[in-house]
Design a protein around this ligand. Sequence first.
Ligand SMILES: [Ca+2]
Ligand SMILES: [Ca+2]
Length: 228
Amino acid sequence: MSSILALLLGLSGSNLCAQGKGKGGGPKIAKPRITDTVKANIYADNWFKLYLNGNLVAVDSISFIPHNVISVDILPEYPMTIAVMAKDNADPVTGLEYDDSNIGDAGFILKFGDGTVSDGSWKAKDFFHGPVDRDMKTPETRHVAIPADWFEVDFDDSEWEHAVEHSEEAVDPKSPFYENDFAGAKWIWTKDLALDNTVLFRKVIESPPNGDPAPRDWPRGKIDASNR
Ligand SMILES: [Ca+2]
Ligand SMILES: [Ca+2]
């Protein structure tokens, strides 16, 4: 970029701590641009929702199949607490799928444009197991109550075990996975891809793993997503 172009962009853009008034009457303030975002690629067998620093930022748009990749722009903020609820498709009572005829298996993988990847350093905990002992004739399941604040920054996951990395062969991802950038990311779950059906993951990213400078301290409005 030429210095003149950069100067023009800088003058016309909003990322300067400029003097004078903004449109709303207050002082002009530094604001993030779309170039400050990074791409988030996420694939879950079968479904997920993702929180960053306590804010819901992405929900898998397809509950079951076909298996899909969710690819969205996120504005990183460090330290960044990632919290994911991932679910295999499983009847809550039987733990089975396809009209109680099959034990489905699971898997989760994530990569952000800042170099963040899913791997065995993440924390993981199962909250829905079954069918116990793979018993499909008289299936029973175990549910553990999910803490209301499981996605919050200050939630204590110190007692959780680490996620278990699984091979690509074990998860057997479908075509959209290969059309997206997951290089360096690991497939994670608990140790049991088949019988653990609702798994929560947590991970704190202290700074951009790819070495990029940490972003500026943008104003970060917290939208209240409740019905009010
Ligand atoms: Ca399952
Ligand atoms: Ca599945």
